[in-house]
Write a protein that binds this ligand. Structure first.
Ligand code: BG6
Length: 487
């Protein structure tokens, strides 16, 4: 991908965790690859924890360099990358400081991107301060999640930002949309004739989407304890994946065609009736346990977490989509921290054949199943039935495997790299539009409200397991179970 679009990439929160682990490493990778970033493009870091550019570059050397390139740093590329970086010391609480930013960037070329890698409470003040010095015109603004705490607070942020930036200037990041395998899901569904005819209620019995993590809350106890898994993972990543799995074929891959179709799915989600919450939603919280041979502590003893916290670190849901394609097909979603494995995958369970001429072993061997694994390795596995060798007609489940790294050895791109390049190049398709975000909040809110009102604690689960037993019981009621395979 060659580009000549010049840019000034202003990074608020320039010494924050996200800048250190994701944003600056992603920009470095794009720089190192060559041809992806215009030579004249500049990165302007904004922070207050560094005195000047040389102190900031020292911080970048110490803290960012360890996060780039797993296979060792290309020193020449690193040195030329540092030349792109400028620094402006600003106290974000002081709007007058923004004149310093304006002066620093006014002669820099290209499109201006303002990346807000800060807490959400700063989004609106930063936008106002940018507007006060005229920096909002023709610029793009990138907002990180969490964008609000519920529908009302997310609307408040969107309304305020929307007074300063038009919707097509706003890039709301959901990093799952930048992952290669999620892109591949679109390719699988809409680039092949094979699956689409079967991708509907007549042939699909149920669908599972899992995002399981081995990590706990790490150093984010304060944030997480006021957030929980439903807001942190379901409202955004899981509902985005669900909408891509379930959407109708878009007319084209332009940003609004794709987002319109995703929105239709989000709007068709069957609202959760508070009286049914126990049947369709399970919330859990991790206790101590063992992960890969190491003892790990209970959530309630993590730094920053209240000892009597009722915040959920695990959620399992049964979701229904009220449209012709999916009526009656349960979608089971789950996510959790400190689970048995780190895996993100989509499992499509097809119906059994309508009549088995092949006898009882065919029924026992199960039905077709497509497993699209997004993490830790990108694979697609299609389970089929085959005859076992030897006498008689005994069937067994076998699988066809597609491991992407065997086909494509090069060119893999991290989610942030793809998304940042999209911002610089003005491609909005992989960013969440306001109406999608609102529809997602609208759907999760009754669950949040009901959990809060009922005041019941989440169900405990031992770290290193697959969550509370109630999660498996929910699926058992539908005659199915979570697919839990070894990596
Ligand atoms: C983030 C959540 O959005 O996604 C984290 O805030 C979570 O809690 C992370 O750990 C998971 O992302 P990934 O790409 O590691 O699966």
């Amino acid at each position: 991908m060659q580009t000549d679009s010049s840019f000034t990439f202003v990074l608020f929160g320039g010494t924050g965790d996200l800048s250190m682990r994701k944003i600056l490493p992603a920009l470095f990778e794009a720089h190192r690859a060559g041809g992806m970033l215009a030579d004249s493009g500049k990165i302007v870091a904004v922070a207050r924890h560094a005195a000047d550019r040389s102190e900031y570059l020292q911080w970048v050397n110490e803290h960012v360099k360890p996060h780039v390139s797993k296979n060792g740093v290309d020193e020449a590329a690193w040195a030329s990358f540092l030349k792109r970086i400028e620094f402006v010391k600003i106290d974000l609480g002081n709007p007058d400081d923004f004149a310093l930013l304006r002066d620093a960037i006014q002669d820099l070329p290209g499109i201006r991107v303002f990346y807000l890698a800060t807490g959400p409470s700063l989004f609106v003040p930063i936008c106002h301060a940018l507007a006060s010095v005229g920096l909002n015109a023709n610029a793009r603004i990138v907002l990180e999640k969490p964008l609000g705490y519920d529908l009302k607070s997310s609307n408040a942020i969107n309304d305020a930002v929307g007074e300063i930036f038009a919707e097509e200037q706003i890039y709301r990041i959901d990093h799952y949309l930048g992952k290669e395998p999620v892109q591949n899901l679109l390719a699988l569904r809409f680039g092949n004739a094979l699956f689409e005819p079967l991708w509907r209620r007549e042939w699909v019995e149920s669908i599972q989407i899992t995002i399981a993590e081995e990590l706990g809350v790490e150093a984010r106890g304060d944030f997480y304890d006021n957030t929980g898994a439903l807001r942190d993972m379901v409202q955004n990543h899981l509902l985005q994946l669900l909408s891509i799995v379930a959407m109708e074929p878009p007319h084209s891959m332009d940003s609004d065609s794709v987002r319109d179709e995703k929105l239709r799915v989000l709007r068709a989600l069957k609202p959760v009736d508070p009286r049914d919450i126990g049947k369709v939603a399970v919330r859990g919280q991790y206790h101590s346990g063992v992960i890969r041979g190491t003892s790990v502590p209970a959530y309630a003893t993590e730094p920053g977490v209240r000892p009597d916290s009722t915040t959920e670190t695990f959620v399992a849901l049964k979701v229904e989509i009220e449209n012709w394609r999916w009526a009656g097909v349960p979608f089971f979603l789950r996510t959790g921290k400190r689970l048995a494995d780190r895996v993100a995958e989509i499992v499509v369970n097809f119906r059994a054949v309508p009549h088995s001429a092949l006898g009882a072993s065919a029924l026992r061997a199960g039905a077709n199943r497509l497993v699209i694994r997004l993490q830790p390795n990108e694979t697609i596995r299609l389970y089929c039935l085959a005859k076992q060798p030897g006498e008689g007609m005994n069937l067994a489940s076998v699988h066809l495997d597609l491991a992407f790294d065997q086909f494509f050895r090069e060119g893999q791109m991290e989610a942030y790299q793809r998304l940042l390049l999209d911002v610089i190049n003005g491609r909005l398709a992989l960013f969440v539009r306001r109406d999608e975000q609102e529809a997602a909040w609208r759907w999760v809110e009754p669950i949040l409200n009901e959990w809060k009102a009922s005041n019941k604690p989440p169900k405990p689960y031992a770290s290193g397991t697959w969550g509370p037993a109630a999660s498996s019981a929910m699926l058992a009621q539908h005659g199915t179970c979570w697919l839990e395979e070894e990596n």
